[in-house]
Design a binder for this molecule. Structure first.
Ligand code: AHR
Length: 304
């Protein structure tokens, strides 16, 4: 009798588990990679928030390669996930695979970076910060700090990525208002600390130790942290000799700001999961037209 009760309890438990997992929404998430400090924080938030929302998350790290993302998205389609979230490496090259998702009736959402597609009904919405505004905020701060007169070196993010394209455009749009402000050198450090260090080393060599350079604008904090290392190794004082402004506001940058080695950073929130999952889950319950862009706010933080 005792055994019978035990068997009944086990069977009931197994049935409950089976029905819960049958109900769990499955989402495939194709992430750019793990460059810098910001992106791993974003990945962790997506994974932790998925658990909170009871989502079965299939996470694919593309290691910075769009081919890997295309492969991952096709694998999600083959698995028949309920929805796909993509944080795209670059803006171009998405039309075909998004058509495939549409054909399979799997809604696609964009997180963080943008895409450029012929038909923007191929994705439901994008949830992200305003990269263009981040560039503008950085430049507006610099204009005030330098009284509108400044030669800038720029460390660009990954070539072709929405974050690099829009931060550059936003920054330049503000500079265009100040005849004595200009970008004198610009190179990609691919959003990495090592890349930023190498680019700044090249700038230091090419400009006789940054002679006449008033500021370094980096499209993310990690490149700026690499630039800070390069400048210190060259005997320069980042934050004092040269104004340092970047984007992300990661913990290592907060320390650099406190140490006076950096001057400003625009915060990019990494907790995107709590913004995107409710939108995806609501949509799956009742599909509807959503605005094409749901903006996550960001703020400028300065050392003083
Ligand atoms: O797409 C956002 C950018 O990508 C972040 O600013 C950067 O740190 C990351 O690599």
């Amino acid at each position: 009798m005792k055994n019978l009760k035990l068997v009944a309890a086990v069977v009931a438990g197994a049935m409950m588990l089976a029905s819960t997992s049958a109900m769990a929404v499955t989402i495939g998430f194709s992430q750019v990679g793990d460059e810098g400090d910001w992106r791993p924080a974003f990945s962790k938030d997506m994974q932790d928030s998925a658990v909170e929302y009871g989502i079965d998350l299939k996470f694919a790290d593309a290691q910075g390669k769009q081919e890997e993302q295309l492969r991952a998205v096709r694998a999600f389609i083959a698995q028949g996930v309920d929805a796909i979230i993509i944080a795209p490496v670059v803006v171009t090259g998405w039309d075909q695979v998004l058509q495939e998702a549409k054909k399979a009736s799997i809604p696609v959402f964009l997180a963080d970076r943008d895409v450029e597609v012929e038909d923007n009904s191929l994705y439901v919405t994008r949830i992200s910060a305003d990269f263009n505004l981040e560039g503008k905020l950085a430049a507006a701060w610099l204009a005030a700090e330098s009284k509108g007169s400044c030669k800038v070196v720029e460390l660009q993010g990954t070539v072709g990525s929405a974050a690099a394209i829009e931060r550059q455009k936003g920054f330049q749009a503000v500079l265009d208002q100040f005849p004595a402000m200009e970008i004198v050198r610009s190179q990609s450090g691919d959003f990495t600390t090592e890349g930023g260090k190498q680019v700044m080393e090249a700038f230091i060599k090419a400009t006789n130790n940054l002679e006449g350079i008033c500021a370094s604008f980096a499209h993310n904090d990690n490149m700026q942290l690499g630039a800070i290392q390069a400048m210190k190794e060259a005997g320069l004082n980042p934050g004092t000799d040269v104004l340092m402004v970047s984007v992300d506001y990661v913990p290592a940058m907060i320390k650099a700001l406190e140490a006076g080695e950096a001057n400003a950073s625009v915060e990019l929130r990494s907790a995107i999961g709590k913004f995107i999952y409710p939108v995806v889950l609501d949509y799956l319950e009742a599909p509807k037209d959503l605005p094409k862009w749901i903006v996550i706010p960001g703020d400028l933080h300065t050392a003083k």
